[in-house]
Design a protein around this ligand. Sequence first.
Ligand SMILES: *Cc1c(COP(=O)(O)O)cnc(C)c1O
Length: 380
Amino acid sequence: MKTDKFREIPTPFYYYDRELLEKTLTVIKEEMGKADNCHLHYAVKANTNADVLKVIAQYGFGADCVSGWEIESCVKAGFEPHKIVFAGVAKSDWEIQLALEVGIDHFNVESVQELEVIDEIAGRMGVEARVALRINPNVGAHTHANITTGLAENKFGIDIVDMVPTAREAMAMEHVRLVGLHFHIGSQITEMDDFEALAAKINELQDQLEAAGIGTLENINVGGGLGIDYYNPDENPIPDFANYFKTYREGLRLRKGQRLHFELGRAVVGQMGSLIAKVIYVKTNKIKKFAILDAGFTDLIRPALYGAYHKVENITSESGETDKYDVVGPICESTDVFVKDYELPTTKRGDYIAFRSAGAYGEIMASGYNCRPLPKGYLL
Ligand SMILES: *Cc1c(COP(=O)(O)O)cnc(C)c1O
């Protein structure tokens, strides 16, 4: 990583590698394009930096939003409204109204109550709302417990046993049109088995819908969740999209004319981002060396929130020696620790530190605790 590009920028900040983002988008286009019925709605919640959104919109991809504010950001960044879908376990009335005004493609609906509210608001506005049902497939993702979403114990989606009755209710509503099934089983999934299990479950559910006389729906949406290699960002800068898309192409029995939607977030933007920070002090006591940075969990919360790992690099040290450090932030909380006993080149005040693979769920999860300003992101 060349620091001359950003010596002038005050730390901490997010550095986004435009070249890697574009390479990633190109690979997705190629691999997904091997079947002509496939469409990507980038899961915007991973990173809504305006410049990043613009690039993704320019490649012709759609957006998966989980709030009205995200819909507004996407429209501003140039996403075509008919390529926007809207998910989320509880959408407020103003968000539903905004989505209908903007003319998004459809809502991913998570309860009968939500269907009723959408029907009523659409009726009042004199429009038809297209909806897909988010089904909780009770398929486990072998990932961190805080980021599994597809088990019956999770708050998301409609239970499998309620699928047919809910579909019937949707079909009976005057201002709602049922256009698909939606799934999302979790995040940072690296085993294709989990996606295979989801595909098999979807096949069963499609058979059930047909047997119940509901027929074939326009879209099947398998959500996102493909993970990235946090340990080897340089060796694996681009996730294995070939294998991922192939798993669904081969595992799903789609009906004639059916569209297949993907909602990847992390896999699109994770590897292109790094949080760049500066060492303020190196403090030593009897048992530890602490590299204390000007970035804390307010800037990158994943280690404190999920115990997540980010590769740490001292990108300016010229020392040939190494030492072990607890790399920590300046926030007044004991959990403000990025990593412990981590081997780095001998580190001193003023050195630049990069947290790699921080393009997803990094900048966007920042907070203003301790009156700290939010970090900015730069697409360079
Ligand atoms: C968060 C989310 C995604 C994206 O998940 P990634 O793990 O970042 O790919 C997709 N769909 C829905 C509904 C989500 O909530």
